[in-house]
Ligand binder design. Structure first.
Ligand SMILES: [Zn+2]
Length: 331
């Protein structure tokens, strides 16, 4: 159990819910006490076990749901909003999240339709839709359950540079378009969501803009890591794994990993693998089917990144992207 962390009149109570979740061993959220009010930052996953854990930990710190004054969300992913509706059912508190999180957190019809359309288009163009399994059936399920799933509160939209409760809001897209850091200016704490996790792979996921175009998620992620790196920091409070202090070491490692992944993608294309699936299978073998979502996100994301860096180019043949290396002397 990670105990409370203090600085002056400010306290963080880490909720580190242990769970095997992909490559992660925990899903985290935090209660932050600034001496005047209590903020829940994220909410973990929605499950009976996590709800139990939430109440056990509240009790452990002599706190109750009724002490919570507001909720901040680092991004909209389902493993970050688990206990939010539970809190709201007892106490109506305001929720703050990035403005792009609102349609996602409200499970808006148009947003859900766009999501399905985007992934159908992208998986078709990248020649891997036959491996998508029940992904689209799950999206339909989410669509049908949208009334139940949506956050039942007024969400206040946040913008880059906003200041709330002694925290600066810093946009850090890449893991998701709506990812933000809540940076505490006084204590130099970063509530960083899933941007930087200790000892884990890079964490960029493909996503889309309002015109259903692929966002440059790896490039965004790289820039976001650099933003986080530059902030004077005493603690990073992440969405998974333990809170940590050596943020420079950890972020430098991530930036190096990102460059290594780019090199591996470019080398694979250079060897003659041309389609997304050929490239994915050359790099990940059998894992492609088992971890389809994550690996396709990686491969599509890094191919796109290498294109933006002028190392690869893509051409559409038979409705599918083919990749080739751009020779150095042609640049
Ligand atoms: Zn996430």
């Amino acid at each position: 159990m990670v105990e409370a962390i203090k600085s002056g009149d400010k306290t963080v109570y880490p909720f580190i819910f242990p769970i095997n979740y992909g490559a992660m061993t925990s899903i985290n959220y935090f209660l932050y006490d600034d001496g005047k009010s209590l903020t829940l930052i994220d909410g973990g996953i929605q499950s009976i076990e996590n709800e139990k854990y939430f109440f056990t930990m509240l009790q452990h710190h002599n706190l109750s749901i009724h002490d919570i004054d507001q909720i901040y969300l680092t991004h909209h992913h389902e493993d970050h909003i688990g206990v939010v509706n539970r809190v709201l059912s007892d106490k109506k508190v305001p929720i703050y999240a990035h403005h792009l999180a609102l349609p996602r957190l409200y499970f808006e019809e148009q947003y859900l339709r766009n999501k399905k359309e985007f992934f159908q288009k992208i998986y078709t163009e990248y020649g891997c839709i036959h491996l998508a399994g029940n992904r689209f059936e799950k999206m339909e399920q989410t669509y049908r359950n949208r009334e139940k799933l949506k956050l039942k509160a007024d969400i206040i939209p946040l913008y880059d540079g906003d200041s709330i409760g002694g925290m600066t809001v810093i946009e850090v897209p890449g893991h998701s378009p709506d990812s933000i850091i809540f940076y505490n200016d006084a204590t130099k704490w970063q509530f960083a969501g899933d941007l930087v996790l200790e000892n884990t792979p890079t964490n960029a996921l493909i996503d889309y803009d309002e015109n259903l175009n692929l966002l440059p998620s790896v490039l965004q992620y790289e820039n976001s890591l650099k933003k986080s790196l530059e902030l004077p920091t005493t603690w990073i409070f992440p969405g998974h794994q333990n809170p940590f202090q050596n943020h420079k070491v950890e972020i430098e490692k991530k930036l190096q990993r990102l460059k290594r992944k780019e090199s591996r993608i470019v080398e694979t294309v250079e060897k003659g693998y041309q389609t997304t699936l050929e490239i994915a299978e050359a790099l990940y073998h059998k894992r492609v089917e088992r971890e389809f979502l994550f690996i396709m996100s990686e491969v599509i994301g890094y191919l796109d990144y290498a294109i933006s860096k002028g190392k690869l180019e893509k051409t559409m043949r038979n409705g599918q992207w083919h990749f080739t290396k751009i020779e150095e002397n042609e640049q």
